[in-house]
Design a protein. Structure first.
Length: 193
């Protein structure tokens, strides 16, 4: 099964939506501590758009963006962009969410640069690896969750490499939280200009 199959059949769309909601609720709960009630939020790589839906139901103004419409939520469709330049004006958003997306980007540095251009604050949540074996396990679970085993890049980094990239781009790391999911380690980075 792949994502196109999931999107083409209503039964599979509904199954995918139901399957992805618990994960979206966990993500939303952790991210919400950094949100302002009145700020506009950009969700880069919104995927199924479940996080956008949950945040929207809680009163947040969220704009989803992705390179393709993978939304499983009726009535929520992302702005489609080329993966390089966001079609958004400078400093338009209070906060940008980049949740499990950077490692899928062909150019994570450019994606962060674009997020920094269009918003004041950034939340990055990434799966980390600690050893070569752990890296392989991380790749496997990522492919399983995204239903994509061959088409997307795996530009995963370890904690030290992400922190170095943030510093090189002039992003200030204000907070970090670590999580475990199955056999993988994850980090939620809260960044400001």
């Amino acid at each position: 099964m792949n994502r196109e199959l999931l999107l083409n059949y209503q039964f599979l769309r509904k199954f995918g939506y139901i399957f992805s909601i618990p994960r979206a609720k966990v993500i939303t709960k952790q991210v919400e501590q950094y949100l302002n009630d009145d700020g506009k939020i950009l969700d880069i790589g919104a995927g199924t758009c479940n996080v956008c839906k949950i945040l929207g139901e809680r009163g947040y103004k969220v704009t989803p963006v992705d390179i393709k419409n993978w939304s499983l939520v009726e009535g929520i469709n992302p702005i489609i962009y080329d993966g390089n330049h966001l079609p958004i004006n400078k400093d338009k958003y209070e906060l940008t969410l980049i949740l499990f997306v950077l490692h899928h980007s062909l150019d994570p540095e450019n994606l962060l640069r674009e997020a920094n251009r269009v918003s004041k604050r950034i939340i990055v949540w990434e799966a980390l690896y600690t050893t070569k074996t752990n890296k392989a396990i991380t790749y496997f679970f990522d492919s399983l969750i995204t239903l994509n085993f061959k088409e997307h890049p795996h530009n995963n980094k370890n904690d030290k490499e992400w922190r170095l990239l943030f510093k090189q781009l002039g992003l200030k790391l204000k907070d970090v939280k670590y999580y475990r999911f199955l056999a993988t380690k994850q980090a939620l980075y809260y960044l400001e200009k």
